[in-house]
Design a protein around this ligand. Structure first.
Ligand SMILES: Nc1ncnc2c1ncn2[C@@H]1O[C@H](COP(=O)(O)OP(=O)(O)O)[C@@H](O)[C@H]1O
Ligand SMILES: [Mg+2]
Length: 385
């Protein structure tokens, strides 16, 4: 590949393991939690936190960012902060999580024969060797907690059980309070719980812009492509999915030797990640719907992620004329668009200040959809005459 066609200049910065330096739209949470931790730790008190939110809402990124900033802050009160991060997904037992925690304080035990309390003794020795505020992050903690963990209790009562200053952060997609025993629950009062809302479209768009700036060569993407990806990912508010789409679209553009990421590559990337419209869904469309969708696919095939509705309407009129069909009234045209929107095939964006709406279709590559529709419309026409 010639260097000129390189779009993903720093692909590693789009990997899930990369911790971005900035988290747009999580600044408030970052500042608030940072302050609460610093205040508590400076007084020598632990601070426990239950962090919840949907998939891709930035829980892991926020937690790791908080931890990194606390570690970097140096001494708080008497000690610096030492972070242990364990992803508990598939480590849904106290013993397996404990093995990872031991490793994080520099002790390793073979994975056999030790009881939890023996492991805790060894953990305590490890903690003693590094006097610090220990911040323990248990990510994806649902299964662990639901299986009746004792570890959550022990880590949230570090002082009482002789483990010293431990702050416990539990991270999960759902509220874990109902699954905790009463004693542990009392460690997670209202100021110790944060639920992250899903990202909306504008937030996803800003996140994509920040990440694209790190990863992609300038001039190889534009705001419209980022907006398109944000629109596709918005129903779930999932930044992970949005970034995966961006990565795949950029890869597709590189593979094709294109100089920039296009809307068509985004549609193709979406198709490769998510199951999209089944052909059977197209079977169920009326001739009116097929016609409008075909005019839309043709307009999108040439360029862009969306078309002004006025332009679509004239393109559609031209298509009808070409096919020898009767013209369609404005009302019918709008009703048909609304039906397509309801079926999840198109997205309508009502423009600001009386501009005409933008009509988008992100489900399939427009070229593929056009071929499918031409085929189907041909059959419809034959069937009807
Ligand atoms: N506010 C943000 N700014 C930049 N990147 C973000 C932001 N929120 C999430 N991400 C990125 O989106 C992806 C998913 O976030 P993650 O923290 O793993 O979500 P969760 O743990 O809630 O499933 C990661 O690559 C992360 O770096
Ligand atoms: Mg996560």
């Amino acid at each position: 590949m010639s260097p000129a066609s390189k779009i993903l200049l720093r692909e590693e910065t789009l990997e899930p393991s990369f911790l971005p330096p900035k988290l747009p739209h999580r600044e408030t949470e970052l500042a608030l939690l940072g302050r609460r931790y610093r205040e508590a730790l400076a007084k020598g008190l632990p601070y426990h936190l239950l962090l919840t939110g949907g998939i891709g809402s930035g829980k892991t990124a926020l937690a790791r960012r908080i931890a990194a900033e606390l570690e970097r802050a140096g001494r708080l009160g008497d000690w610096p902060v030492h972070v242990s991060y364990v992803n508990c997904w598939r480590r849904a037992s106290d013993r397996t999580v404990m093995l990872d925690l031991l490793r994080s304080v520099g002790v390793s035990l073979p994975d056999r024969g030790y009881s939890l309390s023996e492991m805790l003794d060894v953990f305590e020795q490890g903690l003693r060797r590094t006097p610090a505020h220990h911040l323990v992050l248990l990510d994806e903690a649902s299964a662990l907690v639901k299986q009746g963990t004792k570890l959550a209790y022990l880590l949230s009562r570090g002082r009482e059980v002789g483990l010293g200053s431990i702050s416990l952060m539990l991270i999960a997609t759902e509220d874990l309070l109902p699954f905790l025993d009463a004693a542990s629950r009392s460690s997670f009062g209202v100021t110790h719980r944060v639920a992250l809302a899903p990202y909306d479209r504008a937030a996803l768009s800003d996140i994509l812009a920040a990440r694209a700036e790190l990863a992609l060569r300038p001039g190889t993407y534009d705001r419209e492509v980022l907006e398109q990806i944000a629109r596709v990912a918005a129903p779930n508010g999932d930044a992970r999915f949005a970034l995966e789409l961006l990565t795949n679209a950029a890869r597709a553009a590189e593979d094709e030797g294109a100089s920039a990421v296009s809307a068509e590559q985004v549609r193709r990337a979406k198709g490769s990640i998510l199951p999209t419209v089944a052909e059977s869904q197209l079977e169920e469309l009326s001739t009116n719907q097929l016609g409008v969708l075909l005019a839309l696919s043709r307009a999108l095939k040439s360029k862009g992620s969306s078309v002004p509705s006025q332009k679509l309407r004239s393109g559609h009129a031209a298509l009808l004329e070409q096919l020898g069909g009767a013209p369609m009234s404005r009302t019918t045209f709008w009703r048909t668009l609304k039906e397509l929107e309801r079926d999840g095939l198109v997205t309508l964006d009502v423009g600001s200040s009386g501009e005409s709406s933008q009509v988008a279709m992100d489900e399939l590559p427009a070229s593929l959809l056009a071929t499918l529709l031409e085929d189907r419309l041909g059959r419809h026409a034959k069937g009807q005459t």
